[in-house]
Structure formats: C-alpha cells, structure tokens
Design a protein around this ligand. Structure first.
Ligand SMILES: [Zn+2]
Length: 111
C-alpha cells in the first residue's frame, strides 16, 4: 500500500520534471542563436544577459540580449538548464552528423 503510494508519487514527480525539462529545452532553443563560425545552435549562457556558447565548437560570443535566466525561473525550470543544454547538445551533434551526410551526398552529386 505505502509502496504503491510512493511509486505513484515518484512517477508523478518524474512526469512533472520531464515537463519542466521540456519547457527548459523549449525556452533555451527559442533564445538560441546560430554560430557565425559553424552555424550550429548557440545557447544563451545562464547568468549572462547577452552571451552565448556554440554547442558544436564551444565558441563564446556576445550578441543580442537574451532573457533566459528569468524565463527559466518564471517557468520554474531554472535547475534544468544544464540538462536541457546537454539535451540540445545531443540534438546538435545529430544534426551535425546529418549535415556531414549531406556534404557527402552533395560532393558525390558534383561528380
Ligand atoms: Zn560554432
């Protein structure tokens, strides 16, 4: 009985946290820019107002003002910043890999 309650609470918390993580990912993605050097996603750096870091080449740069810090805290998902960034990093490397495929395909097509 008690175990079932704990299990239900744990499942509920997990689901709630997943929602917060997804929200954090959406916010960060919305506030992100494209790296001028490698065109990968560059996420706003939490704790700054206009600094971004490229997920692919790690280049850090200043650009337009972002509001990621207050947007995350307003949506109660500030603690998910790091997780959300590594999630986006995973997506970025998947995209980079598929871009490499495109490069291969286009270089083949040129022949
Ligand atoms: Zn870059």
């Amino acid at each position: 009985m008690f175990r079932n309650i704990v299990r239900e609470i744990t499942a509920g918390v997990r689901e709630h946290n997943m929602k917060r993580l997804k929200k954090a990912v959406a916010i960060i993605r919305d506030e992100s820019l494209t790296c001028a050097k490698c065109e990968a996603l560059s996420v706003p750096i939490k704790g700054t107002h206009n600094k971004y870091r490229c997920l692919e080449c790690n280049r850090q740069f200043a650009n337009t003002k972002h509001d990621v810090g207050s947007m995350l805290s307003r949506n109660d998902c500030a603690e998910f910043y790091d997780k959300a960034v590594s999630h986006l990093k995973g997506e970025a490397s998947v995209e980079a890999d598929s871009n490499k495929d495109d490069d291969v395909i286009s270089s083949i097509a040129r022949f």
